[in-house]
Design a protein around this ligand. Structure first.
Ligand code: TXA
Ligand code: MG
Length: 320
């Protein structure tokens, strides 16, 4: 059973940092989704993250730094490809996986000998890390299996009473989590598509492996093993909006309007894939609030941000 808290909602970074210093995880905004953070060196607080989220302990966490130079204290070695990716994409929605240093406790990495690291491109996140003075490990601040939170209200929906503090901010800009690239081998490997498109990565590391065999990917990226992003509704992917079947208890999201638009209980038409990514998790949560039974989602092209979007949609559509 999780401990019970009266959850403090604050916009004060100093107050939020105070909770982290007392080993109490704090939810905070980043440019991708909200995270639930604790010091990477605080085993007690990290234990509380897993309990609050109901997260399997074998699913490792991402460490968030406020300066690229902080990567060195967390790692045993930094490959040339990692250096290039850090140079090009920190701060930003790219996470790199490297061999971990002795200082990092086992609980932070699910017992792996590697650690995932990113530098968020968000002033509040950076201010919080700076105030604590240590890198913060943070998974997305949702209950395990639920869509990631893009607003502080979505964090409250999932974690009210289960965490001590939510540091508020605006709705997150990207809406989809960071791209994860494994840099422990000579050849960097895409583990999770995300907000940095593969095309942009290939411009920096041309030999990036982007089509890892699914079994190998699950082996190397433990998070891929678990059910994710699932609302109560059945998520159905459609090629064309005309394949969506209108009904009061049905919802639609996509970049083109379905024929009987007004007959759906909820409809979101996005200007393009970036907006689709920005809207998706909020839409899935809105489906729950409206007791939607079937959520029809238009399939994006698997290029640019569409690749990550399609990954999230497919995983939301998997039956648990
Ligand atoms: O945008 C994001 O990445 C957000 C914000 C809060 O930064 N965080 C996030 O964390 O999405 P989470 O815990 O929901 O996803 C972490 C992903 C999982 O797929 C996990 O398997 C992978 O990163 N990961 C973490 N450590 C790893 C490691 N050492 N090796 C391979 N994959 C790792
Ligand atoms: Mg997550």
């Amino acid at each position: 059973m999780p401990e019970l808290f009266k959850t403090t909602i604050t916009s004060d970074v100093g107050e939020a940092a105070g909770f982290i210093q007392e080993s109490l995880p704090v939810a905070f905004p980043t440019e991708t989704v909200y995270g639930l953070g604790a010091s990477v060196y605080d085993e007690v607080a990290i234990g509380r993250i897993y309990v609050a989220k109901g997260r399997p302990v074998s699913n490792p966490l991402i460490a968030h730094v406020d300066d690229p130079r902080q990567v060195a204290e967390l790692t045993a070695s930094i490959s040339p490809a990692a250096e290039q990716l850090i140079e090009a994409f920190f701060p930003g929605p790219l996470t790199i996986v490297l061999p971990r240093s002795q200082r990092v406790p086992d609980v932070a990495t699910g017992g792996l000998d590697t650690i995932a690291i990113r530098m968020p491109d968000h002033p509040t996140a950076l201010a919080l890390i700076a105030e604590v003075g240590e890198p913060l490990v943070a998974p997305s601040a949702n209950r395990s299996g639920r869509p990631s939170p893009t607003t502080w209200e979505a964090v409250r929906e999932d974690l009210d009473g289960r965490i001590a503090c939510i540091l508020t901010g605006e709705r997150t800009r990207a809406g989809i989590e960071s791209t994860v690239v494994d840099c422990t081998d000579d050849r960097p490997t895409l583990l999770r598509p995300g907000s940095v498109p593969v095309e942009a990565l290939l411009g920096v590391v041309a030999d990036l492996e982007t089509n890892l065999d699914p079994d190998r990917r699950i082996e190397r990226s433990p998070g891929m093993r678990f059910r994710h992003y699932a609302p109560g509704a059945k998520v159905i992917l459609v090629k064309s909006p005309s394949d969506a079947v209108a009904a009061r208890e049905a919802a639609f999201i996509g970049t083109e309007a379905p024929p009987d638009q007004t007959d759906f209980g909820l409809v979101r038409i996005c200007e393009g894939d970036e907006e689709y990514a920005f809207e998706l998790f909020d839409f899935l949560r809105e489906c729950d609030r409206k007791n939607i039974a079937r959520a029809f989602c238009q399939q994006p092209h698997p290029s640019g941000i569409g690749r990550a979007l399609l990954d999230r949609l497919r995983r939301a559509a998997e039956q648990g």
